[in-house]
Design a protein around this ligand. Structure first.
Ligand code: ZN
Length: 63
């Protein structure tokens, strides 16, 4: 086993563009992680609820 330091891909925090930390990857801090989480929740809430009973065939637009 060689003791090479694994080169982790340090990506900038998507919230504030600071370097992310292993503890809070891919964010720089717990605060930014929560901010991103809130963004996701807010986005989810903006999507209107679809009644699944009327859905027959949905094609994934992200395909
Ligand atoms: Zn950040």
């Amino acid at each position: 086993m060689t003791e090479k330091t694994p080169q982790r891909r340090m990506r900038p925090c998507p919230i504030c563009s600071k370097l992310s930390t292993p503890e809070d990857y891919p964010f720089c801090s717990d605060r930014c992680a929560k901010i991103d989480l809130n963004r996701w929740f807010n986005q989810g809430y903006t999507i209107p609820v679809v009644e699944t009973d009327d859905i027959e065939d949905i094609e994934d637009p992200n395909e």
